[in-house]
Design a protein around this ligand. Structure first.
Ligand code: GLU
Length: 303
């Protein structure tokens, strides 16, 4: 058996032994029902090999990992203009915090906290119908993954929409500062649908190849945008636990409340991990542990 297969099987076995699963996202009813005792990991390496362990063919809700793709799409569309509306600084506040919007006149600190992602999606939506913006994000993901069978789970989008008081508050607060170009409900509807995209760890790992520099990028993704997206994943990808994640794992990563993590080892590998139970920061509990083990066992690090 290949060395990488051995490492991934070892991680999967350890995760099941430890059985420290956390709790699935409770505020989105469709996600609250997912059984927490599940785990998958997939790694695509520079020679094109894809190794997996666990439930690597089970689609899960990518949630905030979609913010990576909407950022790449928006940078491709409007370039540097995005930064007048969103900052690039990590925060010590929760992913759905409204506090930081007050201190900077409605300019979110970075594109990965919810407020920043809502502004990014709003920029992508400007002048178009939600279905066009969603087709662009989904099309980009399919191109990056090299797979066509990636879809939006409308039930999850509807479920989030029904219980979205916090995100509605953020969107309306942004609008009050003139930092939304579209009707807040239209932008939010687009955002909920982008978060409800489902992927397997195999598909997600495949989609990260461009960011890891393992695959030729589609013409809309420049090397500069890929590098900058990695920088933001490193500094802001795990919300107020980003420092701890960088300390323990040492690789750019983006988490989602569906329990997924996209991890980039530049020029070496693209990695996807899934386990639906979360820690107190809204990041996958077992997934974070698995990322730590992978970094230790492979020695992969950007430092
Ligand atoms: N759709 C989720 C929300 O807006 C995404 C959060 C996350 O995955 O961290 O609350």
């Amino acid at each position: 058996m290949h060395n990488l297969d051995r490492i991934l099987n070892q991680i999967r076995d350890r995760i099941h032994e430890e059985a420290d699963w956390g709790l699935p996202a409770q505020y989105i009813p469709e996600l609250a029902n997912v059984a927490p005792e599940q785990f998958a990991i997939s790694v695509v390496t520079s020679n094109g090999q894809c190794c997996s362990a666990g439930q690597a063919d089970r689609p899960f809700s990518i949630q905030s990992i979609s913010k990576v793709f909407s950022l790449v799409a928006t940078l491709g569309r409007i370039g540097e203009a995005l930064w007048t509306r969103v900052g690039r600084e990590p925060t010590r506040a929760a992913f759905d915090s409204i506090m930081l919007l007050e201190t900077d006149n409605g300019r979110p600190p970075n594109p990965f906290v919810n407020a920043g992602a809502i502004v990014t999606t709003d920029a992508l939506l400007a002048g178009r119908e939600p279905r066009q913006a969603l087709a662009e994000i989904l099309g980009l993901i399919r191109t990056m993954a090299g797979r066509d069978d990636i879809y939006i789970n409308k039930r999850v989008a509807q479920s989030e929409k029904r219980t979205a008081e916090r995100n509605k508050a953020l969107a309306h607060y942004l609008a009050s500062h003139g930092n939304l170009l579209n009707d807040p409900d239209l932008t939010l509807g687009t955002y909920f649908h982008q978060c409800a995209i489902e992927m397997t760890t195999v598909q997600l790992a495949m989609s990260g190849r461009v960011l890891a520099g393992l695959d030729c990028a589609p013409p809309t993704i420049s090397r500069t945008h890929a590098r900058r997206t990695n920088a933001l994943m490193m500094t802001c990808g795990h919300y107020d636990a980003s420092g701890e994640f960088a300390f323990k794992v040492g690789l750019p990563g983006k988490s989602g409340v569906g329990g997924g993590i996209l991890l980039i080892a530049p020029r070496r590998a693209s990695i996807a991990i899934w386990s639906p139970g979360l820690n107190g920061y809204g990041n996958s509990q077992a997934g974070t542990r698995a990322a730590t083990m992978l970094a230790e066992l492979t020695g992969w690090s950007v430092f």
